[in-house]
Design a protein around this ligand. Structure first.
Ligand SMILES: Cc1ncc(COP(=O)(O)O)c(C=O)c1O
Length: 366
């Protein structure tokens, strides 16, 4: 952007979904809007999208586009859950904490069981011990699926070998492994691996593929690597009110998103800005990083005085729960844990403006 056109620095680090859609996605949406096309997913854009996902994942896939991440997660989990089944996830996972019981509702009564774990990661040994310790009587709900988030709700990423270790625990017990990929793109660019290596090659059976946080307006998809899991998803999606008659508009967003690796470029920008922010904040006296910054979210333990100064200057970010902190990381009196999220639209000037407020005399972020 020419310097004369620069926008003023913005201090909104509340979430990646506070931003609208990126230009290529909007252009694709306008293109996909033209003319009459068959409805309910029988349009050529939705067919092209299925091919695009098959190519991206190097695997045959069944694709169910929806408009929200909660719908994608609830549908994906319901594909493997009986009404009396149990889904095991992290105790701070979005599926258990932030979806108002949608997975249980979509599965007709199932339950979610949350496990502790640093950085919102599931640990294979704890998972195996939990699963093996569940009572096996008809009075108790059997575990049927395990769900992990990539990146996690603490902004760290599972390496493919960590996913494979969890998958081994699941496979040995006949359980399905789901990935909530609301921030899959951010994790992919961090690790530099392929979408296939991150998912089915590591043992993921079903994926919620996110687009909204990284440049789409409202586009998410359930991706089934195991065709058995796709069997009832069409009906479940319709019954849940998530089958769009103008399905082409989700497909159009995704096509613009995936074209020329635009989605990866977006994620790279978001991650780079998070890295810059983390590096700057780490050097401000009194501030500590709560977890390593591995995607586009920065978690910091902030002295109250800095928190107040940032908010008074108009910075927007959320306080966060410390349940997934490592035992040795503590939030002391006069401090709080905060989450700052960057996106494809965050610019270096935004980050530097925040850093200057955090450390007014520190020469940080210049
Ligand atoms: C880990 C995770 N999963 C899924 C979602 C999707 O949620 P929504 O239903 O708001 O699109 C979010 C959004 O905050 C998230 O952080």
């Amino acid at each position: 952007m020419p310097s004369g056109d620069r926008r003023p620095a913005l201090l909104n680090f509340a979430s990646d979904n506070v931003w609208g859609a990126s230009e290529p996605v909007l252009r694709a949406l306008v293109d996909g809007n033209a003319g009459p096309l068959p409805s309910y997913g029988a349009d050529p854009l939705t067919r092209r999208l299925a091919d695009a996902f098959a190519a991206l994942f190097e695997h045959e896939v069944a694709v169910f586009p929806v408009a929200t991440g909660t719908a994608a997660n609830a549908l994906a989990l319901s594909a493997a859950l009986s009404p009396f089944g149990l889904c095991v996830c992290h105790e701070e996972a979005h599926v258990i904490d932030d979806e108002c019981g949608a997975p249980e509702f979509f599965a007709g009564g199932a339950k979610l069981l949350g496990l502790p774990g640093t950085g919102c990661k599931l640990d294979p040994e704890r998972l195996a011990a939990t699963l093996d310790g569940l009572p096996r009587h008809e009075k108790q709900m059997p575990a049927e699926i395990v769900s992990i988030s990539q990146a996690t709700e603490s902004g760290v990423v599972y390496r493919p070998e960590e996913i494979a270790a969890l998958s081994a625990v699941c496979r040995a017990r006949g359980l399905v492994l789901h990935m909530d990929g609301a921030r899959l793109a951010n994790a992919l660019v961090t690790l530099g691996c392929s979408a296939a290596e991150m998912t089915w090659r590591a043992g993921i059976d079903i994926l919620s593929f996110g687009g909204t946080k990284n440049g789409c307006l409202a586009a998410e998809a359930v991706i089934c690597f195991d065709p058995k899991l796709a069997r009832t998803l069409g009906q479940r999606r319709k019954r849940g009110g998530h089958t769009l008659s103008k399905a082409r508009l989700i497909a159009a967003q995704f096509l613009g998103y995936l074209q020329d690796d635009h989605w990866l470029a977006n994620a790279r920008q978001a991650n780079a800005m998070a890295g810059r922010l983390a590096e700057g904040l780490r050097h401000v006296p009194g501030i500590r990083l709560a977890w390593p910054t591995e995607a586009n979210e920065v978690f910091v333990i902030l002295p109250d005085e800095i928190d107040r100064r940032l908010r008074q200057a108009g910075a927007v970010f959320h306080p966060w729960s410390g349940r997934a902190l490592a035992p040795e990381t503590t939030v002391g009196p006069g401090e709080s844990l905060a989450r700052l999220v960057t996106s494809f639209a965050t610019e270096a000037d935004d980050v530097d403006a925040l850093l200057r407020i955090a450390a007014p005399s520190g020469g940080i972020g210049t």
